[in-house]
Design a protein around this ligand. Structure first.
Ligand code: NAD
Length: 508
C-alpha cells in the first residue's frame, strides 16, 4: 500500500529543506494550489507594480557592477548554481510535482535540464566570441565585440516552472546581465525555491552585487510592470500566444528586445515505411506525457492510409490503458491537469470536435485518481475526418487529433496550415521523405524531428518556434546572442584616413 501524502506538510518540509524563509511563503493574500489534490497550500505575499519598480532599479545598479566581472568568472557563479541544483534535485523535482502535477520522472527531468543548462553556460562563459572581418581599407582592422545588455526580465508559464527560468538565467548571467523573474502565478513556490538555491550559490561565490537575480511573485500586473519599465532591456516571455500578443507590441513600442516563446500546435506525420513500434511509443509520450501540458505536446497526427489500420487501434489501446494517478503516491504515467479551467477548455474542445465529426476515445474525468477538487482526465484520441475547428488551435490538455492522409505533400501542407510553428516530427525510414520534411519545402516549425516525438528537446539546441509561437530562441546553440548587444569596431592603425567606398572628403 502506498502512503498517503499530506501535500501541505510535504511542501513545508521541502521549502524548509531548500532554505526558503517561512515568511516569504506565508502571510499574504495570493493563494497557491496544488493540482495533485486541488487544495490550497498557502497564501503568500504578492509584489505590487511599485515593488517591481524598486526591484528593477536594484537590478540596474547590480548590472553596472556585474558587467565588469570577466565572463569566465561569471561562469563560476553558474557552476556553483549547477552544484546547488544537483544537491537539491530530489526536493526541487518533488516540489515541481506538487505545484504542477508532473509525474516524478518528469519533475526530476526538469531539474536535470536546469543542471544541463548550467553546465552549458559555464562552457559558454569562455566562448562569447565575435568575428574578425576583412576590411577594404589598408592598415585597418574590423571586428565584432559582444557586450552585456542590462536587466533581463523573465516571464514564465506554469508548465515548466523552473527550467525556463534556468535557461534564461544561466545564459543571462554569464553574458553579464542581471535578472528579474516573474513566474506564473500558479507556481510561486518553485520560484521561491529556485531563488533560495541561487542565493546559496551567490553566498558561496562571495562577490556578486546585491540584486543580481531576483524574483517577483505576482500576477499579470507585475508582468506588465516588467514589460513597460524602461530599464528592462530584454524580456524573455514564455506563455500563451494571447500573452505574446499583449507583451510583444508593448515591448516594441519602447524598442525593447524580446524573446517570445509562445503556444504550439505540434504535429507528426507517420509514413508508410515508419517503424510503427517506435512511432507508437514516441506518439504516446509526446501526446499523453505531462498530461498534454507541454508547449511541444503532440496535438495533431497525420497517418498514411496504408498504416492507419495498424497503428491507430494500437494507439487507442494505449489511450485506454495508460495509468492515471496522483504523482506523489503512485507511479502512474499521467498526472492531473493544472486546474478546473484547463479541464473546462478540454471539454469545450472535445465538444467542438464531436460536432465537427470527430470520433473520441477517452477524454473523461477519472474521479477515483484524486479528490473532487483535482482534475485527473483520461487523455483523448480523436479521429477527425479533416483538420477543422478545434484542431487548428492549441488546447492545453491531452487531446490528440488523428487524421488519414494519402499524399505526403498534402500532409505537409496540412501540417503547416496552423498559426503556430513550434515542433514537428516525421516517422519514416525513407531517406527522401525525411529530407524533404527537413527541407525548405517541409515543416515550417522551429523544431523538426525524424523518428522521435515532438517533445523532450535537449538543451544543446536552440529552442523555439515560428509564426504565432513568437520566433524567439532560448537555450543552446547561439541563443546567447539574444542576451548581448553586438558592436562592430573598426580600428585604424595606419597613418592615413581612407574612407570606405572610396569616398573622398578632403577639407583642404
Ligand atoms: P499564460 O500566457 O497564461 O501565462 C504565462 C505568463 O505570462 C504568466 O507568468 C502570466 O502571469 C504572464 N502574463 C499573462 N499576461 C500577461 C501580460 N499581459 N503581461 C505580462 N505578463 C503576462 O500561459 P500559461 O497558461 O502559464 O502556460 C501555457 C502556455 O504557455 C501554452 O500556450 C504553452 O504552449 C505556452 N508555453 C510555451 C513554451 C515555449 O517555449 N514556446 C513553453 C512553455 C509554455
Amino acid at each position: 500500500m502506498t502512503k498517503t501524502v499530506d501535500v501541505r506538510e510535504e511542501t513545508a518540509r521541502i521549502l524548509d529543506t531548500l532554505g526558503v524563509a517561512h515568511s516569504s511563503w506565508t502571510g499574504g493574500d495570493m493563494p497557491s494550489y496544488s493540482p495533485v489534490n486541488g487544495e490550497e497550500i498557502t497564501r503568500l505575499k504578492a509584489a505590487s507594480a511599485a515593488d517591481a519598480g524598486r526591484i528593477i532599479e536594484t537590478a540596474d545598479e547590480a548590472f553596472k557592477a556585474w558587467r565588469t566581472v570577466p565572463a569566465p568568472r561569471r561562469g563560476e557563479l553558474v557552476r556553483l548554481l549547477g552544484e546547488e541544483l544537483r544537491a537539491a534535485k530530489a526536493d526541487l523535482g518533488r516540489l515541481v510535482s506538487i505545484e504542477v502535477g508532473k509525474i516524478e520522472p518528469e519533475g526530476l527531468g526538469e531539474v536535470q535540464e536546469m543542471i544541463d543548462i548550467c553546465d552549458f553556460a559555464v562552457g559558454l562563459s569562455r566562448q562569447l566570441y565575435g568575428l574578425t572581418i576583412a576590411t577594404e581599407r589598408p592598415g585597418h582592422r574590423m571586428m565584432e565585440t559582444w557586450h552585456p545588455l542590462g536587466v533581463v526580465g523573465v516571464i514564465s508559464a506554469f508548465n515548466f516552472p523552473v527550467a525556463v527560468w534556468s535557461w534564461n538565467t544561466a545564459l543571462a548571467l554569464v553574458c553579464g546581465n542581471t535578472v528579474v523573474w516573474k513566474p506564473s502565478e500558479k507556481t510561486p513556490l518553485t520560484a521561491l525555491a529556485c531563488q533560495a538555491i541561487l542565493d546559496r550559490a551567490i553566498a558561496r561565490f562571495g562577490e556578486a552585487p546585491k540584486g543580481l537575480s531576483q524574483v517577483l511573485i505576482g500576477g499579470r500586473d507585475v508582468g506588465e510592470a516588467l514589460v513597460d519599465h524602461p530599464k528592462v532591456a530584454l524580456v524573455s516571455a514564455t506563455g500563451s500566444t494571447r500573452m505574446g500578443c499583449e507583451v510583444g507590441p508593448r515591448l516594441a513600442r519602447r524598442f525593447a528586445r524580446s524573446i517570445l516563446e509562445l503556444g504550439g500546435n505540434n504535429a507528426g506525420i507517420v509514413c508508410p515505411s515508419a517503424d510503427l513500434d517506435m512511432a507508437l511509443r514516441a506518439i504516446a509520450f509526446g501526446a499523453m506525457g505531462t498530461a498534454g501540458q507541454r508547449c511541444t505536446t503532440l496535438r495533431r497526427l497525420f497517418v498514411h492510409e496504408s498504416v492507419y489500420g495498424d497503428l491507430v487501434p494500437r494507439l487507442k489501446k494505449a489511450y485506454e490503458s495508460v495509468s492515471i494517478g496522483n504523482p506523489l503516491e503512485t507511479s502512474a504515467l499521467v498526472g492531473p491537469l493544472i486546474d478546473k479551467g484547463a479541464y473546462e477548455n478540454m471539454l469545450k474542445a472535445l465538444e467542438a470536435a464531436k460536432t465537427a465529426g470527430g470520433n473520441i476515445t477517452g477524454g473523461s474525468r477519472v474521479p477515483d485518481a484524486g479528490k473532487e477538487t483535482a482534475y485527473y482526465v483520461r487523455p483523448a484520441l480523436v479521429e477527425m475526418p479533416e483538420q477543422t475547428g478545434p484542431v487548428l488551435e492549441e488546447t492545453f490538455a491531452p487531446i490528440l487529433y488523428v487524421m488519414k492522409y494519402s499524399d505526403l505533400d498534402e500532409a505537409i501542407a496540412q501540417h503547416n496550415a496552423v498559426a503556430a510553428g513550434l515542433s514537428s516530427s516525421i516517422f519514416t525510414l525513407d531517406m527522401r521523405e525525411a529530407e524533404h520534411f527537413l527541407s525548405a519545402e517541409g515543416s515550417d516549425c522551429g523544431i523538426t524531428n525524424v523518428n522521435i516525438g515532438t517533445s523532450g528537446a535537449e538543451i544543446g539546441g536552440a529552442f523555439g518556434g515560428e509564426k504565432e509561437t513568437g520566433g524567439g530562441r532560448e537555450s543552446g546553440s547561439d541563443a546567447w546572442k539574444a542576451y548581448m548587444r553586438r558592436a562592430t569596431n573598426t580600428v585604424n592603425y595606419s597613418t592615413a584616413l581612407p574612407l570606405a567606398q572610396g569616398v573622398s572628403f578632403d577639407i583642404e
